[in-house]
Design a binder for this molecule. Sequence first.
Ligand code: NAP
Length: 317
Amino acid sequence: MLILWWVLSIFAIIYVYFWYYFKNTVWCRSQTCLIGKTIIVTGANTGIGYEAALDFAKRGARVILACRNKDKAEIARGKIIEETGNDNVVVKIVDLASLASVRAFAESINKTEKRLDVLVNNAGAALTGEGKSEDGLIWLMQVNYFSSFLLTNLLMGILKKSAPSRVINVSSKGALRAKFDLEKLNTNRGHFQNYCCSKVCNILFTRELAERLKGIDVTTYSLHPGTVKTEIFRHIDGYRKVLIEFLKAHFLKTSEEGAQTIIYTAVAKGIEQYSGENFDNCTCVDPYESTIGPNFEKGLWEKSIELVNLKSDEMQL
Ligand SMILES: NC(=O)c1ccc[n+]([C@@H]2O[C@H](COP(=O)([O-])OP(=O)(O)OC[C@H]3O[C@@H](n4cnc5c(N)ncnc54)[C@H](OP(=O)(O)O)[C@@H]3O)[C@@H](O)[C@H]2O)c1
């Protein structure tokens, strides 16, 4: 009986620890109104991106759902309009696995939009995409990082014109597990390392972008959204699927909880001094410096220009 009591107590302690570790959520309490503002959210048809877009629409923004699948995006748009009553929500198609698609999307935004106040580079994938894209880049690296790098550069003119404006890059704590190597940026290192390295790139890109934007009222932040029960785990299989389903059922954040740090970095007032920094749970944190090292930002920027073939007349930084 005593042993059973001990086992149950230990199980309860572990359960509470895990629950707190995963579920602990700081909510964005900012009341910022976004009427008159325009926000792009990539990957806004589901998961964290959908919840962020919903929140921005509630605040009155013009929200551009930048998605690869028109049908899914239109369903999301319909739900957002129905829930918020804000019909200034539009769908624009972009496939981040294609640099041509990113260029066409940016061109359309630059031609048709009057302003851009926040760009949220949220779309991402995991556990897939070890092969090369049509552009000769590792698919997952392109979707999670290279396309955001290109898109941000191509939209820099309108972001500057709309200043004060913000660029938000959704990274992950997975960055801590990366064996980052600048020389292997476009080398397949297995889906786990590809994912972790793409998320390091999100952080380094944000730091370098902030550096290049010094003196300009465009600020940028990277963030970890938490571990969130979304479709990001769609490619998981085997025993890991059982484990993730257990975690989803008991511990993981909801998409609404996971969206809080995106919303915070997009709307919170007075965080401009933290441009270039990394956020978790609506708080500026930087646990990455020691593992990644501070010297890769510039090298990554130069290599990214080369790999996405950013032309000199497209560079605004
Ligand atoms: N969930 C977590 O625990 C977690 C933890 C750390 C970081 N993150 C990061 O959070 C971000 C959002 O992920 P999520 O959890 O919300 O995942 P999700 O539910 O799978 O949503 C990902 C979004 O990205 C879109 N996307 C994927 N490939 C794309 C492409 N080639 N072109 C355009 N859009 C594409 C998806 O579109 P489709 O629906 O058409 O596939 C979907 O809208 C990602 O950057 C992820 O790395 C998530």
